[in-house]
Write a protein that binds this ligand. Structure first.
Ligand code: NAI
Length: 304
């Protein structure tokens, strides 16, 4: 079996001062990568002045273990911040091979109580933050003809979780970004995959029951992230669940549906609802054009 080895590779991990990002950065460095450890150092909800300590401590840990790392304290949610994070990697190590967009905040509120500032802040850090860092990184990867981008979504978006419309929208937006970026990266050997993690961190400490929090170690998520960022990984556009020793794939599937030869009425739709809404025989498509085959093959039903 070949080893997942990042010797000679340069990696950026955003939000790497704590939680999952910290563990990704430590493991990347242990496996030979030169790592840019980005973290703004704010509170869980993104408030506060920010601090350099979280990123510095992780860089120190990496160096103590014999690895190479550089700290960066920029905000992923700004264009300048994203560019400067990538510039930190280019100045220190000359290129970017691996990018893990991981930085995140949480501001849960039920929808009727969700104020615009709590919508905007969550969308900014997760969705805009992914755009702001991934764009300059992607440009460098394209020039080099190699890249591994892992973005961070969540089952809260892909499946749904009460009280997290802002977070769910941002996380599903990130999955949508990956669906498209995987196509744009294909001919440059840039793979773009989506992590759906679950782990006990400060983000989940009052969300998970205490026993689950203890057992859902971040270390369970990291191996899947390492594989998805490796040279060996040839897949792109996959959403991978990783938690507590459980690993699986989720993706958006399209059911076979039905086809009318003429414009149907609302009643025709109602009449055929079972077949229209069924996921039996559903398929995954890598791009929109692939769906046409299924559209053409759909069983034709008659208007009533
Ligand atoms: P965490 O709160 O332990 O770590 C997030 C880090 O991101 C913090 O160190 C924080 O300072 C940093 N950060 C926040 N805003 C930033 C910004 N604007 N610029 C730079 N750094 C910033 O959270 P955790 O649990 O490690 O989460 C990591 C990612 O995984 C997040 O995107 C989160 O939404 C996602 N996730 C986590 C789950 C879990 O069960 N822990 C579940 C699903 C998704």
């Amino acid at each position: 079996m070949s080893k997942v080895d990042f010797t000679g590779r340069v990696a950026i991990v955003t939000g790497a001062g704590a939680g999952l990002g910290r563990d990704y950065a430590l493991e990347l460095a242990k496996r030979g990568a030169k790592v840019v450890v980005n973290d703004l150092g704010g509170a869980r909800d993104g408030s506060g002045e920010g601090a350099s300590a979280p990123a510095d401590v992780v860089v120190e840990e990496i160096k103590k273990a014999g690895g190479e790392a550089t700290a960066n304290y920029d905000n992923v949610a700004t264009v300048d911040g994203g560019e400067n994070i990538v510039k930190t990697a280019l100045d220190a190590y000359g290129k970017v091979d691996v990018l893990i967009c991981n930085a995140g905040i949480l501001r849960d509120k039920s929808f009727a109580k969700l104020e615009p500032e709590n919508w905007d802040a969550v969308i900014a850090v997760h969705l805009r933050g992914t755009y702001c860092v991934a764009k300059p990184a992607f440009i460098n990867m394209k020039e080099n003809g190699y890249g591994r981008i892992l973005v961070t979504s969540s089952s809260s978006g892909v499946i749904g979780n009460f009280g997290q419309t802002n977070y769910g929208a941002a996380k599903m937006g990130i999955a949508g970004l990956a669906n498209v970026l995987k196509l744009e990266g294909a001919k440059y050997n840039i793979k773009v995959n989506v992590m759906l993690p679950s782990a006990g961190t400060r983000m989940t400490e009052d969300v998970m029951p205490p026993e689950a929090f203890e057992s859902m170690k971040v270390e369970y998520v990291t191996p899947a992230a390492m594989y998805l960022c490796s040279e060996q990984c040839q897949d792109t556009g996959l959403y991978i669940n990783a938690m507590s020793g459980y690993y699986s794939r989720s993706n958006i599937m399209t059911g076979p549906g039905v086809r009318f030869e003429d414009v149907p009425t609302a009643e025709d739709i109602m009449e055929n609802w079972e077949a229209i809404s069924s996921l039996e025989g559903a398929q995954y498509f890598g791009q929109t054009g692939e769906m046409m085959g299924m559209v053409m093959k759909a069983p034709v039903v008659k208007k009533s």
